[in-house]
Design a protein around this ligand. Structure first.
Ligand code: RRO
Length: 629
């Protein structure tokens, strides 16, 4: 597939061709371009008479591009006029670049090309390298005059090669002139004029003419070129096409220029450095990039650059159980992040329920090694809380000193993993030690009291799971936690994870005046009821705490709407389908994949405002955890 384009009605088989300048002076060079994948043949800017150009060395490849002061070497316009029939044999547009040393010269040359088969004329108003000749592109009065005369006589589609502009007022002034004279296209930008490159080892400049000052090209100038393309796309009449040039060396670069508003692009420095193979390579890269994004034409992309999207929210999921390590067959951290990415979640707080819990600094270090390099800033984890005083002190230190350790997790009831503190005295001890050691962070608690659980789960009848862990188990465990925290005047935040009963939510809110207490709810507890456990593959919906009955779910939705829940947390907990349905029947559901729809569709359908959703997915979380993002 190739992406055709059109400049003033002239068809280009793809959108990438050579810029006037490098390797396009002699017939031999122009024939090479003709045979290459370049979509057109552009000639070196010509003058009335042949010119040898400036003294050598006058071109130098430098670290991120090139510097030149060629001084307009060319064979004189008559030669290019003679070349046109031969160049047309390559069956692609021929673009003649004209750069007369006076208005009269330009008029004379354009008159001659009017009667040729050249397709487009590019009037170069921006050569920076002629001693004593300022760039007309920077003299707006003169540009106005030149264009009025030239447009009056030109019979071919005529465009202008512009120098780079840096000031919004200048862009407007130039655009007004170009619109007024109805030029057909603009090519921007020419090299950034009169820059200086220094070789520090030899303590000298790198080109001979003009004391080393020359036009800068290549990667250095790409952002300048993009800005010029974009500004002119905004300001020029829509029938004036823009050809982007400046620092393009890959297919993605081409894409950026099209996005900014270019209809086609020209290659200069990269052509000089890589020779004609660059056209083939860059076109292939561009085609692949376009089709990977599902675009089938230039017009679908042209000018479609988006404003910085303030609507792209940062969302945090403060409760995931990414697997990896001994459970990487269930999910790796990298995979978890890819699901999070699709769900619109940028940051996760992980509670690895692996065989070996995260209790010590060495466990944290081992876990962090599994986090992909580009996700290190987006990953936080909890340290498990035990009733061992030494371990708790280390945990306090880690939450205080290690950025990634976001808080503590206590299982006040058995769930997945083997990190439960089910004994009330030991739970009490945790609050005592945390308070005595001045812990001000968050302790996330899984509240389900063992003494209220019943051992009646039957995998043949998955609904027995809901009955085995009744609401009262959560409510009573929560009462204990509040009692212990108050008993020791706990100054940290007690966070009730995956809250599942209306009564618990009310209890949290009643206690907010006296202590720091928050609660989070999962999407699955808000959208599904325990009916799911009765349906086919009911064991897939086995999680702790279990899904509640429909009446309870309605109450949860109402309390969420009333702002009585602090945040949304997925409790994302993948297992294999085989485990869920056939062996072990573990609790946990991989909720992240429904998060996006839950946030963007379900919550608004309950009447929850965007502002409230932002609080539930970001503000309340960073405030409670004291996180600066
Ligand atoms: O020949 C040159 O020195 C030259 C020209 Br005409 C131009 O337009 N831009 C450039 O960088 N060099």
């Amino acid at each position: 597939m190739s992406y055709q384009t059109d400049i003033s009605g002239v068809k280009f088989s793809n959108c990438i061709f050579n810029a006037s300048g490098p390797l396009c002076e002699s017939l031999k060079e122009l024939e090479i371009i003709g045979k290459s994948k370049s979509a057109a043949i552009t000639t070196k800017s010509c003058t009335l008479e042949e010119r040898g150009g400036n003294p050598r060395p006058r071109y130098k490849d430098i670290q991120f591009g090139s510097i030149n002061s060629m001084g307009l070497p060319n064979l004189g316009y008559k030669k290019y006029l003679d070349f046109v029939p031969r160049l047309k044999e390559f069956d692609k547009p021929v673009v003649i670049s004209v750069s007369g040393l006076s208005l009269e010269d330009n008029l004379a040359m354009i008159e001659s090309f009017n009667n040729s088969d050249a397709d487009l004329i590019e009037l170069n108003l921006s050569c920076p390298n002629i001693v004593g000749k300022p760039q007309i592109g920077y003299d707006f009065e003169q540009m106005d005059e030149v264009l009025s005369k030239v447009m009056a006589i030109c019979k071919k589609p005529l465009g202008v090669k512009l120098p780079p502009y840096f000031d919004f007022v200048h862009f407007e002034q130039v655009a007004n002139i170009l619109n007024k004279h109805k030029v057909k296209f603009v090519s921007c930008i020419n090299s950034v004029g009169n820059t200086l490159f220094i070789d520090p080892d030899n303590e000298e400049v790198v080109i001979k003419p003009k004391g080393g000052f020359g036009g800068l090209g290549g990667k250095y100038v790409k952002p300048i070129a993009l800005a010029n393309v974009r500004k002119f796309y905004e300001l020029l009449d829509k029938d004036i096409n823009i050809i982007g040039v400046g620092g393009i060396s890959s297919g993605k670069d081409v894409f950026e220029f099209i996005l900014a508003g270019a209809s086609a692009v020209q290659l200069a420095t990269i052509f000089m450095q890589e020779k004609e193979s660059c056209f083939d390579r860059i076109e292939k890269e561009f085609n692949e990039y376009m089709s990977s994004k599902g675009y089938s034409s230039i017009n679908e992309v042209k000018g479609k650059l988006k404003e910085f999207n303030k609507m792209d929210k940062i969302r945090i999921d403060p409760h995931v159980h990414f697997r990896d390590a001994d459970q990487n067959y269930k999910e790796t951290i990298a995979h978890g992040f890819s699901v999070a990415n699709e769900a619109g979640v940028s940051y996760v707080f992980d509670m690895p329920n692996l065989l070996k819990p995260i209790l010590r600094e060495e466990d944290v270090i081992t876990r962090l090694k599994l986090v992909p390099e580009d996700k290190k800033c987006n990953y936080f984890l909890y340290i498990g809380a035990t009733s061992d005083e030494d371990q708790l002190k280390e945990a306090i230190r880690l939450v205080r000193d290690r950025r990634e350790v976001i808080g503590m997790k206590m299982y006040a009831g058995r769930s997945t993993g083997n990190l439960a503190i089910i004994n009330e005295e030991e739970q009490r001890k945790v609050y005592r030690i945390l308070s005595e050691n001045g812990y001000k962070g968050v302790i996330v608690v899984h509240c389900e009291k063992e003494s209220y659980m019943k051992n009646i789960f039957d995998p043949q009848n998955p609904h027995t799971h809901a009955l085995s862990r009744p609401k009262i188990a959560e409510i009573e465990s929560l009462k204990d936690q509040i009692k212990f925290a108050k008993e020791y005047n706990f100054k940290g935040t007690l966070h009730v994870a995956h809250i599942s009963c209306a009564e618990s939510i009310e209890m949290v809110n009643e206690n907010k005046k006296e202590m720091n207490i928050t609660c989070g709810i999962t999407p699955h507890h808000v959208i599904w009821s325990d009916e799911k456990l009765k349906g086919p593959h009911g064991n897939l919906y086995k999680m702790n705490p279990p899904l509640r009955d429909e009446e309870e779910v309605k109450k949860l939705q109402e309390l969420l709407k009333q702002g009585k829940v602090d945040w949304i947390e997925t409790d994302h907990a993948p297992h294999t389908v085989g485990e869920k349905l056939h062996s072990g029947f573990p609790s946990g559901y991989p909720t992240l994949h429904i998060y996006k729809e839950f946030i963007e569709k379900f919550l608004p359908s309950l009447g929850i405002s965007e502002e409230q959703i932002d609080k539930l997915t970001f503000d309340n979380i960073i405030n409670a955890f004291g996180l600066r993002l």
